[in-house]
Design a protein. Sequence first.
Length: 244
Amino acid sequence: MQQQPAQLRWEHRTQRPLFGLAVAFAVAYAVPIVRPDAGPDIVRVCTAVEWVVWGAFALDYGVRLALAPHRGAFVRTHWLDLGAVLLPMLQPMRLLRLVSTLLLVGQRARMASQIRLTTYVVGAVVGLLMFGSLAVLSVERDSPDGNIRTLGDAVWWSFTTMTTVGYGDHAPTTGLGRMLAVGLMLSGIALLGVVTANIAAWFIARFEKDDVEERRQTEAIRELTEEVRALRGELAQLKGDLVE
């Protein structure tokens, strides 16, 4: 019973620092892609920052697991976090570090009760557009048959892919690029479903509220009618008594 509050306190205290580390990861991931002419020292620093940020999120998972009152249930309900922690260990590719860190950030953000759904969706859209553009540019820029050569091309491709429009003027030609395209399309459909469901839930709640208010007014009118009818009866009886 005493471990659950400790876990919650840890999650609340580490929310902002982990968000700051996520921003640092975004910068470290973007610099070598946006500036391919960056020196080897800068690339090494960026790589070190990426590993440090991933390590911080992995440590956060370990601490939350240690503080959980039921560790088996925690692992079962946070299996995606565990997969994201283990993913870069299987094959230490930059793209895997990107995917695992994004998963960990997303799962961690969902636990924060103060983050509203709209903010989360907007942040997810911006994050997917940014990281999707950088990731596809990093794997497609050096492809002999690729046509995604600049950051502008990558952003345009990510936007059309997430919205499932797919103009076809830019398309990935490598296996990793196509895997990114599948991920962006599925993410775009999922986010659209979340937004649609949120709007529908708002309308349903609004209609239910109006129905409750209408029923309350109808009941008040019925009670008032009964009181008026009772008063009329009493007045009629009083009038009859006076006449007698």
